[in-house]
Every structure is written in C-alpha cells, then in structure tokens.
Design a protein around this ligand. Structure first.
Ligand SMILES: NC(=O)c1ccc[n+]([C@@H]2O[C@H](COP(=O)([O-])OP(=O)(O)OC[C@H]3O[C@@H](n4cnc5c(N)ncnc54)[C@H](O)[C@@H]3O)[C@@H](O)[C@H]2O)c1
Length: 444
C-alpha cells in the first residue's frame, strides 16, 4: 500500500496518542466509546445535537447508568473530554466516529436521516487527514452508497485526502463482563489506507480488531449478529407457547439443553423483544432484500412471533386472574420492569409498554415499578400514562390483584414479592429460586 503524507501523519498521531478523537452522538454507544479512547490515552471531543445532554455532561452529570458522573467531571476538568453541540468544531478531531441513531420509519423502512445529516455536517468542515468511521448499525452499502458521496461533496477524495471506514458497535448494556474496550471490533474500510488507519486507531482502545475486506462485510456482520439473536429468540418464544400448552417448562428444557458442550447456544424467551437493536436491525436487511426482489422469511417470521408475545402474556394474565374469579377490568395490576432488559435504564422498544397498552385497553388499574426508571418516559408509539415507579412495600404488594414480572432486574427481592403479592405472572423465570408461595406463580 503506497503511503501518503496524510496517511503517515495520522498513523503517527494514533501511535503517539496525539490524535484528537471525536465522537458524534453521545448516547448509549457514543459515551462508552469516549471512555474507551480516554482510557487508551487520547483526548476526546463529543458532539451531540441535544443541547440538554451536552449541558448535563458539562455539569459533570452522567445520564447513562454504567458511566459514573464523577468520571465525567474528572475528564472534563482534565480536558480529556470536551462535550459540545457546535458542529463547526468538527474540523478539530483527527478521527470522527459516528454513533447516531438508525431507527425505522413509520413504514418500517430504514431511517438514515440522522446519518445523512451528520454526514452533511462533517462534509462542511472536512479537512485533509481526517478519518471518519460510521459505527451506527445499518444495512450493507450505507458507508459507500450514502456516506461517501455526501463526504466527497467537500471535493476531497476518500483514501487520498480523508479516510472512511465502518466499524459496528457491539455494546452489551447491563453486562458487567463486557465494557466497550473488552469487545472485539470488526472494521472494514473503503480502501486499504482507510482500513489500516481505522484498524490502528481501534487497536489502541479495544482488546482485538478484526479487519475485513470491505465496509459491506462489516455492515453485514452486525446485521447477521442481530438477526441471529432475533431468530433464535423467536424460536424459543414459539417453543415456550407450545411447551406450556403440553405442560413442559421451557426454561428447564433450555437449562438441560445447554449442558451440551457443543452445537447449542441458550436463548431465553420473554414477553417480547426490546431495545434499540434486535427488534429493528433485521428490518434494515429485509429492506435491502426487498429492493433486490428477494424474500427474508426468517426475519419476517421472527418479527411475527416476537411481536405476538405480549398478547400471549396478556392471555396468561387473563387466565390467572380468571382462576382467582377476577376479570382484568378493574383489577390492580403492577408491571415489574419497564427497561427492555435486566439492570439497564433503557426503555426503548420495551415490550412492557405494549403490556401497559393492552392492559389499559382492557380496563386494568395500572401501576409499575422499575428501580432504574423512576418515571414513565414518553414513547413515540404508545400512550404512556404520567406515572412514577411505585415502591414495592409489603402493603402495596398486598393491595394488588396481580404482579407481572416483565424485566428480571437483579435488584428485585423475588421472595418478598411472592410472599406479599396475591398472584404473580412471571415472563422471565425470575422466580425460579423462590421456595414459598409457588402456587401463586404463573409462568408466561
Ligand atoms: N444501545 C445499544 O446497545 C447499541 C448497541 C450496538 C449498536 N447500537 C447502534 O448504535 C447507534 C446509536 O445508538 P445509541 O443506542 O447510542 O442511540 P442513542 O439514542 O442513545 O444516542 C444517539 C445520540 O445521537 C444524537 N444525535 C442524533 N442526531 C445527531 C446529529 N445529527 N449530530 C449529533 N448527534 C446526534 C442524539 O441526540 C443521541 O444523544 C444506533 O445505530 C444503534 O443501532 C446501539
């Protein structure tokens, strides 16, 4: 690979840690990434269009559970981290990592408007020697077909003047075993120099870098990982319904199956899919497939099964209350957990909001508890009541007709919950170890 002055200079800045690392989008992905690069010895600058987030960071306040406020204030004081909403400063960083949202539109097509507007902001200040890396999850082709043309409107050439790569984020929120720096990172570049620079940069901050031959391979890799999860979760969700019907406990079956030392990976059923990735990303791929006239039946079927799960849970709640001689209408029902998974504060796409909608439509008297979500947030696709998390006192639990465990936060004391609540519908097998009062537990 022929070297060039821009390439050589950035390689040197990466090696001696004098490169300034910029991250656009200071959310669940962007903020931990800033942390990984600060830990690797770089100074960083973080960009976000949400002024309230920038203000909170400048005040030394974290809004992400596993990033401590004290760490943020320390980094700002030491000038290792500068948060800003001023996109004119995008010419300052030597590497610019894009971590903006990639949601679905109302018609469930990819919504790349955040990526496109970010690319336009970068193009306005792009200067020779900058490395741009897209980290947002997206369909194969986005970096070369969407990002590259916008950046080249600057009249600079990729691979010569500036460098462009794709490297998907693999955050696992709430999992203490994996921080951003401990997870291997796949990297694809639009040309060999871009690949080499992005590889060098990430090698400073993460345990292992896996270079691949193109941005498209790296983009497809991320979608494969998430589609794999969506399909396997759908499979165990479907088996849960079947096994329940014939009197077999699906969780016991999975625990037994996972003793097989090869060829089996355990996935667990739940009340439906949640989070910003698994319910959304596979549909980026089916959109590409549709453009090519090809079906993605696994993705569609998994989506169908997973979105049917809240209705299944409501069926179990109905049956459980019915056995106690009560209708849903007028029953006091408390949802435990509105975050989409254990021990996180992220409510995006959480099936708990579908459960709340369905129960409200049936006339239940609703409450919720979530130690990580003190107040119900507004959600685009749900009518969310203005409600604060109820404290799980013995008196409160006794006053209910039913508790629905939607998210198995480890802060919950399941023995106490089962002791005091009259009826428990458990969608996560969270009460597995509870010994007393099991007759009150309905798995769902
Ligand atoms: N959350 C996860 O666990 C996770 C894991 C892997 C991949 N991803 C992917 O990473 C990307 C980001 O996800 P997230 O969870 O961090 O989202 P997020 O909503 O938490 O954060 C995105 C941030 O980008 C900001 N933003 C939006 N448009 C902007 C713009 N034009 N310029 C600057 N900032 C802008 C938003 O204000 C927000 O703070 C998505 O593509 C997502 O699919 C997320």
């Amino acid at each position: 690979m022929p070297s060039s002055p821009q390439y050589d200079s950035l390689q040197k800045q990466i090696e001696d840690r004098s490169a300034l690392v910029g991250v656009i989008g200071l959310g669940y992905v962007g903020l931990p990434l800033i942390r990984a690069f600060i830990d690797a010895g770089f100074r960083t600058i973080g960009f976000d269009v949400d002024q309230s987030k920038v203000d909170r960071l400048l005040a030394g306040e974290s809004y992400i559970g596993h990033i401590p406020s004290q760490w943020i204030s320390g980094c700002i004081e030491e000038e290792q981290f500068t948060p800003t909403s001023d996109m004119n400063r995008l010419s300052e960083p030597d590497a610019v990592l894009i971590c903006v949202p990639t949601p679905l539109s109302d018609s469930r097509d990819p919504d790349l408007s955040f990526v496109e507007s970010t690319a336009r902001s970068i193009a306005q200040t792009l200067r020779p020697g900058q490395l741009v890396v897209l980290e947002s999850t997206t369909y194969p082709g986005t970096t070369c077909d969407v990002l590259l043309p916008i950046l080249e409107e600057s009249s600079l050439a990729a691979g010569e003047d500036f460098f462009l790569a794709y490297s998907p984020e693999r955050e696992d929120p709430g999992n203490p075993d994996f921080t951003a720096g401990g997870i291997p990172k796949v990297v694809g570049g639009v040309d060999p120099r871009s690949l080499a620079l992005a590889t060098s940069l990430y090698e400073t901050a993460v345990a292992r870098v896996v270079p691949v031959t193109s941005c498209e391979v790296a983009e497809a890799c991320k979608i494969l990982e998430n589609t794999y999860r969506a399909v396997n979760i759908a499979m165990v969700n479907e088996l849960k319904k079947l096994f329940d019907h014939i009197g077999i406990d699906v969780w016991e079956v999975i625990d037994a199956a996972k003793t097989k030392p090869f060829g089996f990976q355990a996935f667990y059923p739940g009340p439906g899919l949640g989070g910003h990735c698994i319910p959304i990303d596979p549909f980026y791929l089916s959109w590409v497939a549709r453009k090519h006239g090809m079906p993605t039946r696994f993705i569609e079927l998994a989506g169908e099964v997973n979105t049917s799960m809240p209705e299944y849970v409501i069926g179990r709640v109905t049956a459980a209350l019915n056995e106690a001689g009560k209708p849903i209408h007028g029953s006091k029902i408390c949802i435990l957990g509105v975050a989409y998974k254990r021990d996180v504060d992220d409510p995006r796409e959480s099936p708990s909001f579908v459960l709340l909608d369905l129960l409200r439509q049936r006339g239940a008297v609703l409450s919720y508890n979530d130690p990580h979500v003190p107040q119900l947030p507004r959600m685009r696709h749900h009518q969310v009541p203005d409600m604060a998390s109820s404290e799980l006192t013995a008196k409160f639990l006794q006053s209910l007709d039913c508790v629905v465990i939607a998210t198995d936060h480890s802060a919950y004391d399941y023995d106490t919950i089962v002791r005091h609540a009259p009826l428990i519908v458990d969608t996560r097998n969270a009460t597995q170890k509870v010994k007393e009062g099991r007759e009150k537990i309905w798995k769902a």
